[in-house]
Design a binder for this molecule. Structure first.
Ligand SMILES: [Zn+2]
Length: 138
């Protein structure tokens, strides 16, 4: 995929009102589906597809930023476990899914993708409230 055709580079995804914070190399957004409360996306600001496309310094900073977000989610949601997923099959622009798995998780041993559920979309107010909660811990 060329940069021109990339939805992340074009600013079409994730939705701008889902933005949590700019971390430097990446920007954090709340995922559309909040069935797993606190599901956060960390999107690289520049176009790159694979970890080996990054410089060593970028890779180090990236994992630091993923860890900062995970620590913030841990404080905000007190999860049992946090999942980290870097897939890119649907959108080959580096973005991490950082997903708190809470005590009431319906399938704590499974990856979220395999858990059949009705996507939970928050109201605009609830979305801003949740983003602000995470932001306070960053
Ligand atoms: Zn891109």
């Amino acid at each position: 995929m060329t940069r021109v055709a990339c939805k992340a580079c074009a600013g079409e995804w994730p939705p701008k009102d889902h933005r949590i914070a700019d971390l430097g190399l990446t920007v954090a957004y709340l995922h559309d589906d909040q069935f797993f409360a606190g599901w956060t996306l960390l999107v690289l600001k520049r176009h790159a597809t694979e970890l080996y496309d990054l410089t060593k310094d970028e890779r180090s900073r990236l994992i630091e930023e993923v860890s900062e977000v995970a620590a913030a989610l841990a404080m905000a949601f007190e999860p049992v476990k946090i999942n980290y997923e870097l897939l890119g099959n649907q959108l080959p622009h580096i973005h991490w899914h950082v997903i708190p798995r809470l005590a009431n998780d319906p399938a704590p041993r499974d990856a979220v993708w395999t858990v059949i559920h009705e996507p939970k979309r928050l109201t605009s107010d609830a979305l801003q409230e949740r983003a602000a909660l995470i932001r306070t811990h960053l």
